[in-house]
Design a protein around this ligand. Structure first.
Ligand code: AMP
Length: 362
């Protein structure tokens, strides 16, 4: 079974590292200017040219049995062009919904699931009136190409300056949610429709970028895991989805609102490499390959700390941590690796995270 992955970044790398020991083969599609260093040595890399046909790409990739994408911001037309030759999971239609904030929020709301209150806006929209209606602070987010706080503007209140949003950028506005915690749920659905979910993860961001995660999310009220899993199942079924889907969640007054969906393995699920019986990468490749999904139990507390623009720390700093390095060149703020920590005692894991973060980002 040969799996073709669109993209050559760390997520492609970790899918291959999880699938190769199971006898799966991998082939990677690099964009015209993409650096394939993270996947070098893990399988053939085919560099596509601008405007190349689906058939030519499929042949260039060595006729994979199934195709997946490691990234959300992939051209849907490219995924569709490969469909006549091999199944593409997740389906391009699901990726397309997740790429566009308005389509995504509408889809979530259509399943009866809450998001922050939101509305599409244009250059004529009275943002002060809308802030009153949806709630301050008002978050203005571009529908496309927005992630990690990029292409996003905030108005803290009615007296705040109205942001100058480029006229050609379609946006939504969202009311601020006074969340207690940011959590995520990584779920996988097999070709047979079976769904498995990992324990909820607690996520901590700095400047809009994930810095560290704790899993299972500590001190959760009873019933929250079941509620999150029910949301995941209804979304996965509605998409007829195959593979891993991640729900980014706000926890407000004991209820969830979905912030966004990621149609792929997710940074907040990296802890599963050390902390779960089957990691998210293996379950994604199992799902798309039509193999039975593996157990998602997390026997011990775990954490993940991102390496953002830093060199790999000396092994003496956190010797019990498992370093995952992506073979990327270090640039300021760039995700170049992560460290997973696991211990029988959640307070030990939390302390290790705090110490590591203090050393990495003094
Ligand atoms: P996003 O790009 O939508 O993931 O947003 C980046 C971060 O901004 C989130 O992780 C939250 O911390 C914060 N944020 C986004 N939308 C809202 C909202 N409606 N209310 C409160 N915080 C938000």
């Amino acid at each position: 079974m040969k799996i073709g992955i669109v993209g050559c970044g760390q997520l492609a790398r970790m899918m291959a590292l999880a699938g190769l020991p199971r006898g799966l083969e991998f082939t990677f599609l690099a964009g015209p200017t993409e650096d394939p260093a993270p996947v070098t040595g893990l399988g053939p890399i085919y560099r596509m040219s601008e405007g190349e046909s689906g058939e030519s790409i499929y042949q260039g990739m060595g006729q994979p049995d199934v195709v997946t994408t490691e990234r959300e911001q992939v051209e849907v037309a490219l995924l569709k062009s490969l469909q006549p030759f091999a199944p593409v999971h997740p389906a391009p239609e699901a990726v397309s919904v997740c790429q566009h904030r308005a389509r995504e929020k509408q889809f979530i709301n259509d399943q009866g699931i809450a998001t922050a209150p939101w509305k599409p806006i244009d250059t004529d929209t009275d943002l002060v009136a809308l802030g009153k209606e949806l709630g301050w602070p008002l978050f203005i987010k571009s529908c496309e190409d927005g992630y990690d706080g990029y292409n996003q503007w905030r108005m803290m209140g009615p007296d705040d300056a109205v942001p100058q949003i480029p006229a050609d950028v379609a946006c939504i506005a969202e009311g601020g949610v006074a969340f207690e915690r940011e959590l995520s749920l990584v779920a996988a659905r097999g070709r047979d429709g079976k769904v498995v979910c990992y324990p909820l993860t607690e996520n901590h961001h700095r400047n809009g970028i994930l810095l560290h995660s704790l899993a299972p999310a500590p001190a959760l009220e009873d019933g929250l895991q079941d509620k999150a899993e029910a949301m995941a199942k209804s979304l996965l079924d509605a998409f007829n989805y195959v593979g891993v889907l991640t729900l980014e969640l706000f926890l407000v007054d004991g209820e969830f609102k979905i912030n966004e969906l990621a149609p792929r393995v997710h940074n907040s699920g990296h802890w599963t490499q050390s902390g779960a019986l089957t990691c998210q990468f293996e379950n994604h490749v199992r799902a798309i390959a039509g193999l039975p999904l593996g157990p998602t139990d997390a026997p011990w507390p775990s954490a993940m700390v991102n390496l953002l623009g830093v060199e790999p720390p000396s092994p003496t700093i956190r010797p019990e941590g498992k370093l995952h390095w992506y073979n990327k060149t270090v640039r300021p703020g760039r995700k170049v690796g992560h460290i997973n920590l696991t211990d029988q005692d959640a307070t030990v894991v939390k302390r290790q995270v705090e110490e590591l973060v203090a050393v990495l980002y003094p």
